[in-house]
Design a protein around this ligand. Structure first.
Ligand code: DC
Length: 219
């Protein structure tokens, strides 16, 4: 079973989905993190497309959710921290716009959700990847609120970056993510929209949990 939360960068969907998974004791899947791992390979290939696709074939991307944290691995190496740098953020939308990369990531996700209950967050999960998801949410927040959240996250990791730079990066990513031809960021017609600018974190988490709970099959 799968519940999806889509929305633009910094709308709060990842932290919300993670908290929801923790409270309901279900699995969490961060699809953006998978595009970020692919981006590490793109950077390793020095942005050479041919080499990048070779690396994507040769290397294994895997993940698991444990103790409220979504871990991602490149082969056996834990790259969960490495994927959060500004350099990765500045290149990930380019990588995520490549149809072959999308097919690769979608395949990884569709395989795992067959065997457990998941809440996943992304951009196109409700429209392209899991159009039959049991429940769909679409989270939004204004640009400044979203940039402030990302800034706090980056600074907590010691990255020296200004609010304007993060706002520019997010606006640019919104633009690429929404206008690419391959599965753009888009609200599914049957998704429930949540504006997180005005809600407290606890409010949004408990509202989503309340809606998911009745759908979880009893084991
Ligand atoms: O959620 P995030 O910022 O970690 O996502 C990183 C990038 O991955 C984002 O700019 C767009 C892309 N992405 C996507 O195209 N489709 C998804 N389902 C998830 C993320």
């Amino acid at each position: 079973m799968i519940v999806v939360i889509d929305g633009p960068a910094g709308s709060g969907k990842s932290s919300t989905a993670r908290a929801v998974a923790g409270q309901l004791q279900i699995q969490y899947l961060d699809s953006g993190a998978l595009y970020r791992v692919a981006t590490l390979l793109y950077l390793k290939a020095n942005r050479d497309h041919e080499l990048f696709f070779e690396l994507l074939k040769e290397n294994k991307i895997s993940f698991h959710f444990k103790e409220n944290f979504f871990f991602v691995y490149l082969n056996d190496a834990d790259v969960s921290e490495k994927i959060r740098t500004m350099e990765v953020s500045q290149n990930v939308s380019t990588v995520a716009a490549m149809p072959d990369v999308r097919a690769y990531v979608n395949n990884l996700m569709r395989e795992v959700v067959k065997s457990d209950v998941y809440v996943a967050d992304g951009r196109d999960l409700g429209t392209a990847v899991f159009p039959n998801a049991e429940l769909k949410f679409y989270m939004i927040a204004d640009l400044k609120t979203r940039a402030e959240r990302r800034l706090a996250e980056l600074r907590s990791k010691g990255e020296q970056v200004e609010l304007e730079t993060v706002m520019e990066n997010i606006a640019q990513r919104d633009d690429i993510d929404s206008n690419r031809s391959a599965d753009p960021l888009k609200k599914a017609d049957d998704a429930i929209e949540i504006d997180t600018s005005a809600l407290s974190f606890e409010e949004q988490v408990s509202s989503i949990c309340d809606q998911i709970k009745p759908l979880i099959p009893s084991s």
